[in-house]
Design a protein. Sequence first.
Length: 484
Amino acid sequence: MCALVAGCALEEASSPPPPPRTSIARRTQALGVPQNGFPSYGEAMIYMLTNRARADPAAELAATCTACQGVSYNVGKPLAYDYDLSRAARFHATSMRVAGSGLQHVSVCKLVANLGSIYPQTCDGSPSCACEGGTADCTCSTTSCSDDSACGAGGRCDVLRGRCYYCKCNGDLCTSTAARVARFGGSYRGENAAAGRSDPRLTFAQWINSSGHRDNLMNGSHGAIGTGEYGGAGKCWSNFWVQVFGFAAQRPTIAGAVAYPQRGKTSTTFDFTAVYYDQSGAAPVEAQLNIDGSCEPLALERGVAGHGSYRLQRSGLAQGCRRYVFVFRDAAGTVHTFPSQGSYGVGIDDPSCPFYDNARPSGCGATTSGDAASDSARDASIAGADARDHADADVGDARSRDAGAADDSTHHEDDARGKPPAEGGPTLAQRPGASLYGSCAVGARPASALPWLLPLLLLVLARATTRRRCGRSNKGESKRSTGR
């Protein structure tokens, strides 16, 4: 069973520019190279899937969405990976699980002012170190429920488990989404959250099958993204995932690249996928996968040659920890690699194979100098960019133009039904359930929803600058960015 939440900033002509970025526990991060454990494998997969979808929205909807007939989006520039946004995302995924808050965008306590300086180094995200006073007042009760009416004032019904949960901030305001992101030095523009799936591809399919979440991740005005996950069972749900969207002026040449799955057997077919982007639209001269020093060509999977996803499907890999690097050579002859230092790994009957390692296979141009230095410099420029990229909203081509009806998609998809997800298949279709609007957590469940059969999709669309009270409905706040 699974659930979702989406929070989106409103697109308004009068929106103020993002505040100056503050430097909190930041250091230069080479492209694709984890910093302090960010990103994890699952987080890296969500990053790649997001930019893959933006490169060819029509293909993504056709492959993944069960109720998207007549829905279209402009092709969007790739989002730059942002370390600060990723820390804000993973912290929130952790906080929701540990505090037992259920899915919501606000934090369930007043977060300490120096959170960005102590997480994750000396604070693991627990209320004892993350909350003022050291506590978060959230409980899952034993009271049975089928909707919120059974839970009393301030209570919400987890219809998946059939019991109430309560979150309080001692009668005061919780920390807003924008304030939480600011504690990590990031500029907030929108957020998606989900729970219930351990597989990142299934989680991504949840978002694609929910109109508000889909609009958020396809939004052409977003420039950067942070991804966060926290696995394991929680007090209300398990396996929490978060996307936080922000601003960036420059975009990476390789916008996410990773293999799926991370582990398997010699008979397992692995998908090695990378998203390539050239500002001029030129096709790469070379697109290869270096796996243990063997160079194998990548083929265009989606999009166009100058902005699309490239893939290699590979089976029959020998037992052990197989190290790999994606290698592209652009039209000017510059080599771009991902990761730009070290390598990723897939474990063949090897559960201990790490996602990232400093070891790097030779060959195919996957050197540890030259391309790594240029990638690091480019990433530093991307990560430090504060300028808002207004041109993003106009990005697109004839492959997938907006039909002008995006604002209506929420209404005609709220109660759509689809097929169960195909576990492990190359295309996934998640069953959307009811999409609910409110603030903080979840509103009333429509009578047509069948919680014992279908996943619950909790859709909370919130203005980034609006302060919300935890667990209180706000039916007037149902607008969201449309992806145009």
